[in-house]
Design a protein around this ligand. Structure first.
Ligand code: FAD
Length: 390
Protein backbone atom coordinates (compact mmCIF):
# COMPACT_ATOMS: atom_id res chain seq x y z
CA UNK A 1 0.00 0.00 0.00
CA UNK A 2 1.15 3.60 -0.54
CA UNK A 3 2.50 5.41 2.56
CA UNK A 4 -0.36 6.57 4.81
CA UNK A 5 0.85 10.13 5.04
CA UNK A 6 3.73 11.76 3.23
CA UNK A 7 5.80 13.78 5.67
CA UNK A 8 9.33 15.15 5.89
CA UNK A 9 9.86 13.20 9.11
CA UNK A 10 9.14 9.96 7.23
CA UNK A 11 11.51 10.98 4.45
CA UNK A 12 14.34 11.70 6.89
CA UNK A 13 13.72 8.43 8.72
CA UNK A 14 13.70 6.47 5.45
CA UNK A 15 16.93 8.15 4.35
CA UNK A 16 18.62 7.29 7.63
CA UNK A 17 17.54 3.66 7.35
CA UNK A 18 18.66 3.39 3.73
CA UNK A 19 21.97 5.28 4.09
CA UNK A 20 24.18 2.26 4.95
CA UNK A 21 23.18 0.79 1.54
CA UNK A 22 23.80 3.98 -0.51
CA UNK A 23 27.47 3.17 -1.28
CA UNK A 24 29.01 0.16 -3.03
CA UNK A 25 25.98 -2.01 -2.14
CA UNK A 26 23.75 0.34 -4.17
CA UNK A 27 26.15 0.32 -7.14
CA UNK A 28 26.17 -3.49 -7.09
CA UNK A 29 22.55 -4.35 -6.31
CA UNK A 30 20.39 -1.42 -7.40
CA UNK A 31 19.04 -3.24 -10.49
CA UNK A 32 17.81 -6.22 -8.47
CA UNK A 33 14.15 -5.98 -7.53
CA UNK A 34 13.23 -8.67 -4.99
CA UNK A 35 9.58 -7.53 -4.98
CA UNK A 36 7.35 -5.21 -2.98
CA UNK A 37 7.47 -7.25 0.23
CA UNK A 38 11.25 -7.07 0.54
CA UNK A 39 13.25 -4.06 1.78
CA UNK A 40 15.16 -4.18 -1.50
CA UNK A 41 18.30 -2.38 -2.55
CA UNK A 42 16.96 1.08 -3.40
CA UNK A 43 15.73 3.91 -1.20
CA UNK A 44 12.04 4.16 -2.25
CA UNK A 45 12.38 7.85 -1.44
CA UNK A 46 11.00 8.99 -4.81
CA UNK A 47 7.53 10.15 -3.63
CA UNK A 48 9.21 12.37 -1.02
CA UNK A 49 11.77 13.74 -3.48
CA UNK A 50 9.00 14.35 -6.02
CA UNK A 51 7.12 16.53 -3.54
CA UNK A 52 10.32 18.15 -2.33
CA UNK A 53 9.67 16.97 1.21
CA UNK A 54 13.34 16.18 0.94
CA UNK A 55 15.77 17.71 -1.55
CA UNK A 56 17.98 15.90 -4.03
CA UNK A 57 20.89 17.70 -2.38
CA UNK A 58 20.00 16.17 1.00
CA UNK A 59 20.09 12.64 -0.42
CA UNK A 60 23.29 13.26 -2.37
CA UNK A 61 25.14 14.92 0.49
CA UNK A 62 24.12 12.37 3.10
CA UNK A 63 25.32 9.57 0.82
CA UNK A 64 28.61 11.32 0.09
CA UNK A 65 29.21 11.96 3.78
CA UNK A 66 28.54 8.30 4.61
CA UNK A 67 30.43 6.66 1.73
CA UNK A 68 32.69 9.16 -0.05
CA UNK A 69 33.39 8.22 -3.67
CA UNK A 70 31.53 4.91 -3.25
CA UNK A 71 28.31 6.95 -3.25
CA UNK A 72 28.88 8.21 -6.80
CA UNK A 73 26.43 5.80 -8.43
CA UNK A 74 23.67 6.80 -6.01
CA UNK A 75 24.45 10.51 -6.51
CA UNK A 76 24.33 10.04 -10.29
CA UNK A 77 20.89 8.44 -10.04
CA UNK A 78 19.62 11.24 -7.79
CA UNK A 79 20.90 13.72 -10.36
CA UNK A 80 19.03 11.98 -13.19
CA UNK A 81 15.91 13.57 -11.76
CA UNK A 82 17.46 17.04 -11.95
CA UNK A 83 18.70 16.29 -15.46
CA UNK A 84 15.27 15.20 -16.72
CA UNK A 85 13.66 18.24 -15.12
CA UNK A 86 16.07 20.62 -16.83
CA UNK A 87 15.77 18.81 -20.15
CA UNK A 88 11.97 19.21 -20.18
CA UNK A 89 12.10 22.81 -18.93
CA UNK A 90 14.14 23.65 -22.01
CA UNK A 91 11.84 21.66 -24.31
CA UNK A 92 8.29 22.31 -23.09
CA UNK A 93 6.94 21.27 -26.51
CA UNK A 94 7.69 17.65 -25.60
CA UNK A 95 5.16 17.97 -22.79
CA UNK A 96 2.50 19.82 -24.80
CA UNK A 97 2.77 17.35 -27.70
CA UNK A 98 2.35 14.47 -25.26
CA UNK A 99 -0.73 16.12 -23.69
CA UNK A 100 -2.18 16.85 -27.16
CA UNK A 101 -1.69 13.21 -28.16
CA UNK A 102 -3.63 12.03 -25.10
CA UNK A 103 -6.57 14.16 -26.28
CA UNK A 104 -6.40 12.88 -29.87
CA UNK A 105 -8.88 10.56 -31.61
CA UNK A 106 -6.05 8.10 -32.18
CA UNK A 107 -5.42 7.85 -28.43
CA UNK A 108 -9.13 7.38 -27.73
CA UNK A 109 -9.42 4.65 -30.37
CA UNK A 110 -6.44 2.82 -28.85
CA UNK A 111 -7.99 3.01 -25.37
CA UNK A 112 -10.91 0.95 -26.74
CA UNK A 113 -8.70 -1.88 -28.00
CA UNK A 114 -8.43 -5.30 -26.33
CA UNK A 115 -4.64 -4.94 -26.16
CA UNK A 116 -4.82 -1.65 -24.24
CA UNK A 117 -7.48 -2.99 -21.86
CA UNK A 118 -5.52 -6.17 -21.21
CA UNK A 119 -2.43 -4.06 -20.43
CA UNK A 120 -4.07 -1.72 -17.91
CA UNK A 121 -6.03 -4.54 -16.23
CA UNK A 122 -2.95 -6.76 -15.99
CA UNK A 123 -4.46 -9.48 -18.21
CA UNK A 124 -1.93 -9.78 -21.03
CA UNK A 125 -0.78 -13.23 -19.95
CA UNK A 126 2.81 -11.92 -19.97
CA UNK A 127 4.60 -13.12 -16.87
CA UNK A 128 5.92 -10.14 -14.87
CA UNK A 129 3.99 -7.48 -16.80
CA UNK A 130 0.64 -8.41 -15.26
CA UNK A 131 2.14 -8.59 -11.75
CA UNK A 132 3.75 -5.17 -12.22
CA UNK A 133 0.41 -3.69 -13.35
CA UNK A 134 -1.21 -4.82 -10.10
CA UNK A 135 1.80 -3.67 -8.05
CA UNK A 136 1.71 -0.24 -9.68
CA UNK A 137 -2.00 0.23 -9.06
CA UNK A 138 -1.98 -1.04 -5.48
CA UNK A 139 1.28 0.46 -4.20
CA UNK A 140 1.88 3.53 -6.41
CA UNK A 141 5.48 2.39 -6.89
CA UNK A 142 7.58 0.23 -9.20
CA UNK A 143 11.30 -0.49 -9.06
CA UNK A 144 13.30 1.27 -11.80
CA UNK A 145 14.12 -1.96 -13.62
CA UNK A 146 10.47 -2.99 -13.55
CA UNK A 147 9.55 0.44 -15.01
CA UNK A 148 12.07 -0.02 -17.81
CA UNK A 149 10.88 -3.54 -18.62
CA UNK A 150 7.21 -2.64 -18.32
CA UNK A 151 7.65 0.31 -20.70
CA UNK A 152 9.64 -1.84 -23.13
CA UNK A 153 6.98 -4.57 -23.23
CA UNK A 154 4.24 -1.91 -23.59
CA UNK A 155 5.94 -0.22 -26.55
CA UNK A 156 7.86 -2.99 -28.32
CA UNK A 157 5.91 -6.20 -27.56
CA UNK A 158 2.33 -4.95 -27.16
CA UNK A 159 2.97 -2.16 -29.69
CA UNK A 160 0.94 0.36 -27.74
CA UNK A 161 1.71 4.11 -27.97
CA UNK A 162 4.32 5.20 -25.41
CA UNK A 163 2.17 8.21 -24.50
CA UNK A 164 -0.66 6.01 -23.18
CA UNK A 165 1.82 4.03 -21.09
CA UNK A 166 3.32 7.21 -19.69
CA UNK A 167 -0.17 8.46 -18.81
CA UNK A 168 -0.96 5.14 -17.10
CA UNK A 169 2.20 5.49 -14.99
CA UNK A 170 1.50 9.14 -14.15
CA UNK A 171 -2.01 8.24 -13.04
CA UNK A 172 -0.79 5.64 -10.54
CA UNK A 173 2.78 6.47 -9.48
CA UNK A 174 2.96 8.33 -6.20
CA UNK A 175 6.25 9.78 -7.44
CA UNK A 176 4.65 10.60 -10.82
CA UNK A 177 6.95 13.23 -12.31
CA UNK A 178 6.14 14.79 -15.65
CA UNK A 179 9.80 15.06 -16.65
CA UNK A 180 11.29 11.76 -15.38
CA UNK A 181 8.25 9.82 -16.57
CA UNK A 182 7.66 11.33 -20.01
CA UNK A 183 11.35 11.40 -20.89
CA UNK A 184 12.05 7.88 -19.58
CA UNK A 185 9.22 6.51 -21.72
CA UNK A 186 10.65 8.39 -24.69
CA UNK A 187 14.08 6.90 -23.90
CA UNK A 188 12.66 3.35 -23.85
CA UNK A 189 10.82 4.00 -27.14
CA UNK A 190 14.03 5.26 -28.76
CA UNK A 191 13.07 8.93 -28.98
CA UNK A 192 15.57 10.37 -26.50
CA UNK A 193 18.85 9.12 -27.93
CA UNK A 194 18.52 8.60 -31.69
CA UNK A 195 19.12 4.98 -32.63
CA UNK A 196 18.90 3.72 -29.02
CA UNK A 197 15.88 1.86 -27.67
CA UNK A 198 15.47 -0.17 -24.50
CA UNK A 199 14.50 -3.71 -25.39
CA UNK A 200 13.69 -5.86 -22.35
CA UNK A 201 14.87 -9.48 -22.51
CA UNK A 202 13.69 -12.57 -20.66
CA UNK A 203 17.17 -13.04 -19.20
CA UNK A 204 17.44 -9.47 -17.88
CA UNK A 205 13.98 -9.66 -16.31
CA UNK A 206 14.74 -13.00 -14.68
CA UNK A 207 18.01 -11.70 -13.24
CA UNK A 208 16.66 -8.33 -12.13
CA UNK A 209 13.51 -9.79 -10.58
CA UNK A 210 15.69 -12.09 -8.46
CA UNK A 211 14.31 -15.09 -10.37
CA UNK A 212 10.65 -14.28 -9.72
CA UNK A 213 9.72 -13.99 -13.43
CA UNK A 214 10.61 -15.63 -16.73
CA UNK A 215 8.43 -14.00 -19.41
CA UNK A 216 8.36 -15.45 -22.93
CA UNK A 217 7.37 -14.02 -26.29
CA UNK A 218 9.01 -10.62 -25.80
CA UNK A 219 9.80 -8.58 -28.90
CA UNK A 220 13.36 -9.02 -30.15
CA UNK A 221 13.21 -5.96 -32.38
CA UNK A 222 12.02 -2.45 -31.66
CA UNK A 223 8.67 -1.13 -32.85
CA UNK A 224 9.06 1.36 -35.73
CA UNK A 225 8.70 4.96 -34.54
CA UNK A 226 6.47 7.65 -35.95
CA UNK A 227 8.81 10.42 -37.10
CA UNK A 228 8.69 13.64 -35.14
CA UNK A 229 10.22 17.08 -35.50
CA UNK A 230 12.83 18.19 -32.98
CA UNK A 231 11.36 20.09 -30.04
CA UNK A 232 12.60 23.69 -30.02
CA UNK A 233 14.95 24.57 -27.16
CA UNK A 234 13.75 27.57 -25.14
CA UNK A 235 15.77 29.80 -22.81
CA UNK A 236 15.13 29.31 -19.09
CA UNK A 237 13.67 32.36 -17.34
CA UNK A 238 16.12 34.51 -15.39
CA UNK A 239 15.70 35.13 -11.65
CA UNK A 240 12.87 37.53 -10.77
CA UNK A 241 13.36 40.31 -8.23
CA UNK A 242 11.58 39.63 -4.91
CA UNK A 243 8.13 41.23 -4.72
CA UNK A 244 7.96 44.61 -2.95
CA UNK A 245 4.31 44.15 -1.95
CA UNK A 246 3.24 41.90 0.93
CA UNK A 247 2.66 38.45 -0.57
CA UNK A 248 0.71 35.28 -0.10
CA UNK A 249 3.02 32.27 -0.05
CA UNK A 250 1.54 29.65 -2.38
CA UNK A 251 2.38 26.07 -1.43
CA UNK A 252 2.03 23.47 -4.18
CA UNK A 253 2.98 19.82 -4.53
CA UNK A 254 6.00 20.94 -6.58
CA UNK A 255 7.74 22.05 -3.39
CA UNK A 256 6.68 21.04 0.10
CA UNK A 257 9.54 22.76 1.80
CA UNK A 258 12.51 20.36 1.53
CA UNK A 259 14.95 21.98 3.97
CA UNK A 260 12.89 25.16 4.42
CA UNK A 261 11.09 27.87 2.44
CA UNK A 262 13.57 30.60 3.53
CA UNK A 263 10.91 33.28 3.96
CA UNK A 264 12.71 35.36 6.59
CA UNK A 265 13.47 38.14 4.07
CA UNK A 266 9.98 38.08 2.54
CA UNK A 267 6.85 39.92 3.64
CA UNK A 268 4.34 37.04 3.90
CA UNK A 269 0.79 37.93 4.95
CA UNK A 270 -0.85 34.57 4.39
CA UNK A 271 -0.40 31.04 3.07
CA UNK A 272 -2.49 29.52 0.28
CA UNK A 273 -2.24 25.87 -0.74
CA UNK A 274 -3.12 24.65 -4.22
CA UNK A 275 -4.63 21.27 -3.39
CA UNK A 276 -5.02 19.03 -6.41
CA UNK A 277 -4.02 15.56 -7.53
CA UNK A 278 -3.88 12.24 -5.68
CA UNK A 279 -5.38 12.16 -2.18
CA UNK A 280 -2.08 11.58 -0.27
CA UNK A 281 -0.42 14.39 -2.26
CA UNK A 282 -3.29 16.84 -1.64
CA UNK A 283 -3.26 15.92 2.07
CA UNK A 284 0.51 16.43 2.33
CA UNK A 285 0.23 19.82 0.60
CA UNK A 286 -2.52 21.02 2.95
CA UNK A 287 -0.63 19.76 5.99
CA UNK A 288 2.64 21.51 5.05
CA UNK A 289 0.76 24.76 4.36
CA UNK A 290 -0.93 24.53 7.78
CA UNK A 291 2.37 23.99 9.61
CA UNK A 292 4.03 26.80 7.69
CA UNK A 293 1.22 29.25 8.45
CA UNK A 294 1.55 28.43 12.15
CA UNK A 295 5.31 29.02 12.00
CA UNK A 296 4.86 32.37 10.25
CA UNK A 297 1.97 33.34 12.54
CA UNK A 298 -0.62 33.68 9.79
CA UNK A 299 -3.56 31.77 8.34
CA UNK A 300 -3.87 29.20 5.59
CA UNK A 301 -6.45 28.99 2.80
CA UNK A 302 -6.84 26.00 0.47
CA UNK A 303 -7.76 26.61 -3.16
CA UNK A 304 -8.28 24.80 -6.44
CA UNK A 305 -10.39 27.41 -8.27
CA UNK A 306 -10.24 31.11 -9.07
CA UNK A 307 -13.14 31.83 -6.70
CA UNK A 308 -11.32 30.19 -3.77
CA UNK A 309 -8.10 32.03 -4.58
CA UNK A 310 -9.97 35.36 -4.83
CA UNK A 311 -11.50 34.75 -1.42
CA UNK A 312 -8.01 34.11 0.04
CA UNK A 313 -6.61 37.27 -1.60
CA UNK A 314 -9.46 39.33 -0.21
CA UNK A 315 -8.85 37.94 3.27
CA UNK A 316 -5.09 38.61 3.06
CA UNK A 317 -5.57 42.03 1.35
CA UNK A 318 -3.02 41.56 -1.42
CA UNK A 319 -2.94 40.45 -5.05
CA UNK A 320 0.66 39.25 -5.00
CA UNK A 321 1.63 35.59 -4.86
CA UNK A 322 5.04 34.14 -4.13
CA UNK A 323 5.82 30.49 -4.85
CA UNK A 324 8.63 28.07 -5.60
CA UNK A 325 9.33 27.67 -9.30
CA UNK A 326 6.62 25.64 -11.03
CA UNK A 327 8.25 23.43 -13.65
CA UNK A 328 6.51 22.23 -16.80
CA UNK A 329 3.66 19.92 -15.87
CA UNK A 330 0.25 19.53 -14.34
CA UNK A 331 0.67 21.93 -11.38
CA UNK A 332 1.87 24.77 -13.62
CA UNK A 333 -1.00 24.13 -16.03
CA UNK A 334 -3.47 24.05 -13.10
CA UNK A 335 -2.24 27.29 -11.52
CA UNK A 336 -2.06 29.03 -14.90
CA UNK A 337 -5.67 28.18 -15.60
CA UNK A 338 -6.69 29.63 -12.20
CA UNK A 339 -4.63 32.80 -12.81
CA UNK A 340 -5.79 33.24 -16.41
CA UNK A 341 -9.45 32.93 -15.48
CA UNK A 342 -11.33 36.23 -15.86
CA UNK A 343 -10.89 38.75 -13.07
CA UNK A 344 -8.50 41.36 -11.68
CA UNK A 345 -4.86 40.56 -12.50
CA UNK A 346 -2.89 38.59 -9.91
CA UNK A 347 0.91 38.93 -9.80
CA UNK A 348 2.89 35.69 -9.43
CA UNK A 349 6.55 35.64 -8.40
CA UNK A 350 8.45 32.39 -8.69
CA UNK A 351 11.65 31.60 -6.80
CA UNK A 352 14.04 28.98 -8.10
CA UNK A 353 16.07 26.78 -5.77
CA UNK A 354 19.81 27.16 -6.34
CA UNK A 355 20.14 23.43 -7.06
CA UNK A 356 17.68 23.77 -9.96
CA UNK A 357 19.14 27.08 -11.12
CA UNK A 358 22.52 25.35 -11.61
CA UNK A 359 21.30 21.92 -12.78
CA UNK A 360 18.61 22.78 -15.29
CA UNK A 361 20.62 24.88 -17.78
CA UNK A 362 23.24 22.11 -17.84
CA UNK A 363 20.69 19.58 -19.16
CA UNK A 364 20.84 20.82 -22.73
CA UNK A 365 22.23 17.58 -24.17
CA UNK A 366 22.73 14.01 -22.92
CA UNK A 367 23.42 12.93 -19.32
CA UNK A 368 27.08 12.39 -20.16
CA UNK A 369 27.43 16.11 -20.95
CA UNK A 370 25.46 16.94 -17.78
CA UNK A 371 27.64 14.89 -15.42
CA UNK A 372 30.40 17.51 -14.90
CA UNK A 373 27.88 19.85 -13.25
CA UNK A 374 27.31 17.32 -10.46
CA UNK A 375 30.58 18.34 -8.76
CA UNK A 376 29.44 21.96 -8.91
CA UNK A 377 26.06 21.02 -7.38
CA UNK A 378 27.77 19.06 -4.60
CA UNK A 379 29.99 22.05 -3.78
CA UNK A 380 27.14 24.58 -3.37
CA UNK A 381 27.06 26.14 0.10
CA UNK A 382 23.27 26.28 0.28
CA UNK A 383 21.78 24.22 -2.58
CA UNK A 384 18.29 24.36 -1.06
CA UNK A 385 18.37 28.16 -0.90
CA UNK A 386 16.60 30.32 -3.45
CA UNK A 387 18.04 32.34 -6.28
CA UNK A 388 16.42 35.52 -4.90
CA UNK A 389 17.18 38.93 -6.36
CA UNK A 390 16.80 41.99 -4.11
C1 FAD B 1 9.49 4.34 -17.75
C2 FAD B 1 10.00 5.04 -16.50
C3 FAD B 1 9.20 5.95 -15.84
C4 FAD B 1 9.68 6.63 -14.71
N1 FAD B 1 8.84 7.54 -14.07
C5 FAD B 1 9.29 8.21 -13.01
C6 FAD B 1 8.47 9.15 -12.33
O1 FAD B 1 7.33 9.42 -12.74
N2 FAD B 1 8.96 9.75 -11.22
C7 FAD B 1 10.22 9.50 -10.76
O2 FAD B 1 10.62 10.09 -9.73
N3 FAD B 1 11.04 8.64 -11.38
C8 FAD B 1 10.62 7.98 -12.48
N4 FAD B 1 11.43 7.07 -13.09
C9 FAD B 1 12.82 6.93 -12.62
C10 FAD B 1 13.06 5.84 -11.56
O3 FAD B 1 12.49 4.63 -11.95
C11 FAD B 1 12.55 6.23 -10.16
O4 FAD B 1 12.98 7.52 -9.81
C12 FAD B 1 13.08 5.24 -9.10
O5 FAD B 1 12.68 3.93 -9.44
C13 FAD B 1 12.53 5.62 -7.74
O6 FAD B 1 12.85 4.64 -6.81
P1 FAD B 1 13.80 4.92 -5.59
O7 FAD B 1 13.35 6.15 -4.86
O8 FAD B 1 13.91 3.68 -4.79
O9 FAD B 1 15.17 5.24 -6.33
P2 FAD B 1 16.69 5.19 -5.81
O10 FAD B 1 17.41 4.25 -6.72
O11 FAD B 1 16.78 4.96 -4.37
O12 FAD B 1 17.20 6.66 -6.20
C14 FAD B 1 17.10 7.77 -5.29
C15 FAD B 1 16.36 8.91 -5.97
O13 FAD B 1 17.01 9.31 -7.18
C16 FAD B 1 16.06 9.65 -8.20
N5 FAD B 1 16.21 8.70 -9.30
C17 FAD B 1 16.75 7.46 -9.26
N6 FAD B 1 16.79 6.92 -10.48
C18 FAD B 1 16.25 7.83 -11.32
C19 FAD B 1 16.01 7.86 -12.73
N7 FAD B 1 16.35 6.84 -13.53
N8 FAD B 1 15.41 8.96 -13.27
C20 FAD B 1 15.08 10.02 -12.47
N9 FAD B 1 15.30 10.03 -11.13
C21 FAD B 1 15.86 8.97 -10.57
C22 FAD B 1 14.69 9.52 -7.54
O14 FAD B 1 14.29 10.79 -7.04
C23 FAD B 1 14.95 8.55 -6.41
O15 FAD B 1 14.06 8.67 -5.35
C24 FAD B 1 10.98 6.38 -14.24
C25 FAD B 1 11.79 5.44 -14.90
C26 FAD B 1 11.30 4.78 -16.01
C27 FAD B 1 12.18 3.78 -16.70
Amino acid sequence: MPPEGLTRAQALERLETFLPRAGSAYARDRNIDPGPNDTGHVSKLSPYVRLRLIGEWELARAAEKAHGAAANKFIDEVCWRSYWRGYLEMRPALWTRYVDYLLSDEAETTRQTDTYRAAVYGQTGIDAFDVWTTELITTGYLHNHARMSFASIWVHTLRLPWQLGAAFFLEHLLDGDEAANTLSWRWVAGLHTPGKVYLASTEAITTCSAGRFRPTGLARTAAPLASETLAPVVALPTAQPSPRAPSVLVVTSEDLGADGFRVAQQSIVGVAALVTGKAPVAAATASVAQTLAQQIGTEVRLFSSRAELESALTAFETRTLLTSRLPVGLTRTGLNSVLNDTGEPIRLYERTRLWDAIAWPAASRGFFAFRPVIAHLMALTDPGGFQDKP
